[in-house]
Design a protein around this ligand. Structure first.
Ligand SMILES: Cc1cc2nc3c(=O)[nH]c(=O)nc-3n(C[C@H](O)[C@H](O)[C@H](O)COP(=O)(O)OP(=O)(O)OC[C@H]3O[C@@H](n4cnc5c(N)ncnc54)[C@H](O)[C@@H]3O)c2cc1C
Length: 305
């Protein structure tokens, strides 16, 4: 593993869209599947990260080894089929699909996830999601210690859910089947998606990690949070975004504890107003301090049931 890029005592916050996170003992940046597999097989229980746009990284950092897939960027187009490594960034793939006159990835233009993270979360927007076009995912199976190929059905996709969340599998890459389309039509849809986002999503100059909570069935977390009055929450280092109540903004030097505290206040406000318990969409990574442990038990309890 000597020639695989590795950084020690690395301050991770600048890799995350939230710009939050402490020092990690070791972080590896494989540049292809061979290096990635080598690391997966040799490291002790590594944490896998893509583009760090859906995580709240602990300000206490992390002692477990981390593998960041951001340098695994291989893409191949074969007719309407697209094969992408897990580290490929969604907006880049969306552009490449346009160049190849292929439709199905227009939704990815507006948010920073990698293919691995998008599969893990079943990311979606503007009535499209990654599960719509997936033919199969190429995964490392921790139980079998082998590579497996799961079909779309076997991925157990649901709203912001996939089989990857069981922890058994790690995404190496995937094959998608897109539709031929006039590039002007594709471009118009991408532009429309970007324009729509300007009003409902903070730009990354306001560090954030996307939607804080998932939408409850037949409702919108943003609507409930707004009606419950959380847009008034503006603290020293964190605030609810003024234009959309389901986003938390890091005002500069926020800690993971600041964000968790605000998340809990927001969740309680909606519960007290509507008796609806929102489930966090953001995933916590790294070492928790005692207070964070207590908050997470409250916040994520519905997910643990
Ligand atoms: C401004 C903004 C807007 C956003 N808008 C949207 C939106 O419209 N729709 C939407 O769905 N999301 C949105 N998001 C959230 C985020 O971009 C998505 O959840 C995305 O899928 C996360 O991908 P990532 O590569 O950043 O994952 P990361 O944040 O790096 O990781 C997320 C989870 O996936 C796991 N993971 C990552 N790679 C792998 C892999 N190769 N194998 C196994 N597990 C892996 C990680 O362990 C972690 O648990 C937005 C975020 C931001 C900051």
């Amino acid at each position: 593993m000597n020639n695989i890029e590795c950084k020690e005592n690395f301050e991770i916050k600048n890799l995350t869209s939230f710009k939050i996170g402490g020092v990690v003992d070791k972080i590896y940046f494989p540049k292809n599947q061979t290096e990635f597999l080598k690391l997966i097989k040799n490291l002790n229980n590594p944490i896998i990260l893509g583009n760090c746009s859906n995580v709240l990284f602990s300000s206490q950092g992390c002692r477990r080894p981390i593998i960041c897939t951001s340098k695994m960027s291989h893409i191949e187009f074969r007719g309407t089929k697209v094969i992408a490594e897990c580290g490929v960034k969604g907006p880049f793939l969306s552009q490449r699909a346009l160049e190849n006159k292929l439709s199905g990835f227009e939704f990815m233009i507006g948010f920073p996830g990698s293919i691995g993270g998008n599969l893990f979360m079943n990311a979606g927007a503007h009535s499209q999601s990654i599960s719509d076009t997936l033919s199969y995912a190429c995964l490392y199976d921790r139980d079998k210690d082998d590579i497996v190929y799961l079909t779309n059905k076997e991925m157990d996709f649901g709203y912001r859910h996939s089989i990857l969340q069981t922890g058994r599998y790690i995404a190496l890459g995937a094959e998608f089947d897109l539709k031929r389309e006039n590039p002007e039509v594709i471009k118009a849809l991408m532009d429309r998606n970007l324009e729509f986002r300007k009003n409902i999503q903070p730009p990354l100059t306001y560090p954030n990690a996307g939607s804080v909570f998932k939408n409850p069935e037949n409702d919108s977390a943003g609507r409930l949070l707004d009606k419950a009055g959380v847009k008034d929450y503006d603290f020293a280092r964190v605030a609810v975004w003024q234009k959309h109540a389901n986003f938390i903004i890091n005002k500069g030097d926020a800690t993971s504890e600041d964000v968790l505290e605000l998340m809990l206040i927001m969740q309680k406000k909606v519960k007290n107003t509507y008796t609806i318990e929102l489930t966090p969409e953001i995933r916590f990574v790294g070492e928790m301090n005692k207070h964070e442990e207590e908050i997470c038990q409250e916040l994520y309890k519905k997910m643990q049931k």
